[in-house]
Design a protein around this ligand. Structure first.
Ligand code: NAD
Length: 457
């Protein structure tokens, strides 16, 4: 049997070797889950909800240990691991509160002996291929509503968050979800690829554009529901009437939180020339206060880079920006020592000829570009193939809303950034993906409507 080596990205040390799946075991597990799904669908909703309630209680009870596992395998600062788990509990509450109404059969017409109804059925067997950067959030956005609505789930955590994936499976099973209704698969891209070949009713993917596009190509002829939540190059514009200090503090956090490894990290900043210098000074002061170090330490803000290959991407963006005339204010290099480390990096005098302003960085690095007008900011913000989030800082609500209405993005922010709410749909335009999770739409995503035309005799 092959194994998957799990390393601590902060030290490079081997944590453990896990038995890994292969094409045969994936096929066997898919058959098991397929057979188990109708029985789970037949379990009354209150009992399905009770399982998820017990799961949430178990997560809360083990929160410190689960946070430590996530920090060890991803390099995420421990405070942020705890934040993610606490945030997860709120998301689960939302799904628990909303699922009943979303599954209720609707009578949409009744007249003259004719009744029309919509029934909401589970998709059946869904596969979830997940990312490592927020493994609890992005996993639970899929498996919680999928299980609540009566689906069976084949869950492939990222190879960089497999211990977390196995912890999720253990807690779900202990909470009463049958072993065959939620099955975790261990392995890398080849296990994800093997999943695509199975008899599944939906594939829900979170990860990079490159992998998402590959999956879309492979799945094309299968005609299976496909959702892709992909990367971004999320911009924010700071208007001339914004408070530069408040905007800088918020945006430095938005750019560097989780070492910049968030799908909705602030990846580009445009600042009106009138306040550009004040903003940059405040931004640099905020970044200087970010403690880089051991992810397990309580006061660490910048932890390790989870995937070693990302260091090459960051190096290349730095080289390219320097070669094209950008000014490096801090960082711009790897940090020495074992493990994967990158210094918080800030560039000014950047432009859209640079990869730094065009391609997802996914690290603690940011370019700040000076603009002369709202029109210029708007043009630059929309000059992207991505469209996950975008934001504007200004005290003027009408100005903000006027700008935000013209931005191509799934989520827009006024005076905030890097924010996800369970009550709102999470989706991307363009190369940021297709489909959505969260909100009531993110419950319906795991159901298929069946139309009933009923004529009384
Ligand atoms: P990735 O694309 O490298 O991997 C994602 C998953 O796909 C992993 O589980 C991996 O094993 C699997 N995979 C790799 N090759 C595959 C193949 N050929 N077939 C099937 N599965 C395959 O992405 P990552 O590094 O895990 O995550 C980072 C990316 O995810 C970033 O681009 C980030 O922006 C994005 N992301 C998006 C969201 C969102 O909600 N839009 C959320 C989190 C992360």
């Amino acid at each position: 049997m092959s194994t998957l080596a799990i390393h601590n990205p902060a030290t490079g040390a081997l944590i453990t070797q896990l038995p890994a799946d292969n094409a045969n075991s994936v096929a066997a597990k898919a058959a098991q889950a397929r057979a188990a799904q109708p029985l789970w669908q037949a379990v009354p909703l209150p009992q399905r909800k009770a399982c998820i309630e017990r799961f949430a209680k178990a997560v809360a009870a083990e929160l410190d240990e689960l946070a430590a596992i996530m920090t060890q395998e991803t390099g995420k600062p421990i405070k942020m691991s705890r934040n993610e788990l606490n945030g997860l509990l709120g998301r689960i509450d939302f799904f628990l509160q909303e699922v009943e109404a979303q599954l209720a059969t609707e009578t949409v017409f009744s007249e003259g002996g004719m009744t029309e109804q919509i029934e909401h059925l589970p998709l059946g067997l869904v596969a979830n291929i997940s990312a490592w950067n927020y493994p609890w959030f992005v996993g639970a956005n899929v498996f919680v509503p999928a299980l609540l609505t009566g689906n069976a789930v084949l869950y492939k955590p990222s190879e960089y968050a497999s211990l977390t994936g196995l912890a999720i499976a253990r807690l779900l099973h202990a909470a009463g979800i049958p072993q065959d209704v939620f099955i975790a698969l261990v392995g890398g891209g080849e296990v994800g690829a093997a999943l695509q070949a199975q008899n599944i009713d939906g594939l829900f993917f979170t990860g990079s554009y490159a992998t998402g596009a590959r999956i879309a190509q492979a799945m094309g002829p299968r005609l299976v529901k496909l959702q892709l939540e992909l990367g971004g190059k999320d911009p924010t514009y700071v208007c001339d009437d914004a408070d530069p200090q408040l905007a800088a503090e918020s945006l430095a956090d938005g750019a560097m939180y989780n070492s910049g490894q968030s799908c909705c990290s602030v990846e580009r900043i445009y600042v009106h020339e009138k306040i550009h210098d004040a903003f940059v000074a405040a931004f640099m002061a905020t970044v200087a206060g970010f403690k880089v170090g051991d992810p397990a330490a309580q006061d660490t803000y910048i932890g390790a880079i989870t995937r070693a290959p990302q260091l090459d991407v960051l190096d290349a963006q730095v080289l390219d920006a320097k070669a094209k005339g950008a000014t490096l204010l801090t960082g711009g290099q790897r940090l020495s020592g074992p493990g994967n480390w990158y210094a918080p990096t800030v560039f000014v005098n950047v432009n859209h000829s640079m990869a730094l302003m065009r391609e997802e960085s996914f690290g603690p690095i940011i370019g700040i570009q000076k603009v002369a007008s709202d029109e210029e900011a708007l043009r630059l913000m929309n000059d992207t193939r991505y469209g996950l989030t975008a934001g504007v800082f200004t005290p003027d609500e009408a100005r903000a809303k006027g700008l935000l209405a013209q931005l191509k993005a799934g989520s827009v922010y006024w005076n905030c950034c890097d924010r996800v709410s369970p009550r709102l749909p999470w989706s991307g335009h363009g190369d940021s993906g297709v489909g959505l999770t969260l909100s009531t739409y993110g419950i319906q995503a795991f159901t298929r409507p069946k139309a009933w035309h009923l004529r009384q005799p």
